[in-house]
Design a protein around this ligand. Structure first.
Ligand code: SF4
Ligand code: SF4
Ligand code: SF4
Length: 275
């Protein structure tokens, strides 16, 4: 029965995504939302199913399915700026569409439930960075997290300036900003990964989205917890964590707690099934 019960998890996740898909379809009168959230829900559920089956690449499969869809289909083909500038753009125009819905679900309110699952399973920037050779950081974390506030401010100032200057055809500018922004992210992310020998250096120090993600994921319902009765303090979990999280501390204030991307590497590697 326990075996069958675990397969309820992907079904529950699929049901949640379908509820969002149908609600947005009916309230926004746009069937795109139904297909969009159904596709993402199916991809995530498939990933959870593969994880239960102990498939080595379960997370990467979801990341590639969702990340490629968002970058190539939504971004390049449909011309939606899904980066943070796109969020500000739609927010300033007062339109609850595309990037504003995406940010609300994945990066602002969703993290109250699934923490930084976005960063582990969907982000198209990290999708490429995770191919690089430095899966776990070999050097101590740098105190450079303040840079994210600068990139965050730059994104707001850039879009505000377009509105204040009454720039013509902002929609088109936003499309090109999406292309340019992604190129900058990839080049910077890859360079930092090699400089710091850490695939996720960009996520730790530069990414402006973490200004939303970190405080919201502090309250996350889903989080890695440690069973102290089973743990033998071997340290294996910390040695495989890409984000320097102290997952053996169950408090919300644990070191780098808001950095957890729910990649499950610690869980997979614990010899005592304590996580
Ligand atoms: S921190 Fe930013 S770049 Fe890294 S995975 Fe999250 S959203 Fe993507
Ligand atoms: S790998 Fe498991 S047993 Fe070892 S320290 Fe981490 S939680 Fe404890
Ligand atoms: S290894 Fe564990 S604690 Fe570290 S990011 Fe992945 S799931 Fe979170």
């Amino acid at each position: 029965m326990g075996q069958i019960k675990q397969y309820f998890k992907p079904l529950i996740i699929l049901a949640i995504f379908e509820a969002v898909a149908v609600t947005l379809w009916l309230t926004k009168h746009n069937i795109f939302y139904f297909f969009n959230f159904s596709y993402i829900g199916l991809s995530v559920s498939l990933g959870i199913f593969l994880f239960i089956k102990k498939h080595k690449h379960a997370r990467r499969i979801v990341q590639l399915l969702v990340g490629t869809y968002m970058l190539v289909y939504l971004g390049l083909i449909c011309g939606e700026n899904m980066q943070i500038e796109g969020f500000w753009y739609y927010l300033f125009t007062g339109v609850f569409e595309a990037a504003t819905i995406h940010y609300a679900v994945a990066k602002i309110f969703g993290p109250l439930i699934f923490g930084r699952g976005w960063c582990g399973y969907a982000c198209w920037t990290a999708m490429i960075l995770d191919f690089l050779p430095y899966k776990t950081p070999s050097q101590p974390r740098k105190k450079l997290g303040w840079i994210r506030y600068i990139t965050f401010a730059v994104s707001v100032i850039f879009v505000s300036a377009l509105f204040l200057a009454k720039a013509g055809n902002i929609e088109r500018i936003m499309f090109w900003a999406f292309i340019a922004g992604n190129i900058v992210y990839y080049v910077t992310g890859i360079a930092l990964a090699f400089i710091f020998k850490d695939n996720r250096a960009f996520c730790k120090y530069i990414c402006p989205v973490t200004v939303f993600l970190k405080p919201m994921s502090y309250f996350s319902l889903i989080r890695i917890k440690c069973d102290k009765d089973k743990c033998v303090n071997c340290g294996k979990c910390k040695s495989v964590c890409p984000m320097n999280v102290d997952m053996t501390d169950n408090s919300r204030k644990r070191a780098n707690g808001t950095e957890c991307i729910l990649c499950m590497e610690c869980v997979k590697n614990c010899p005592r099934d304590a996580l």
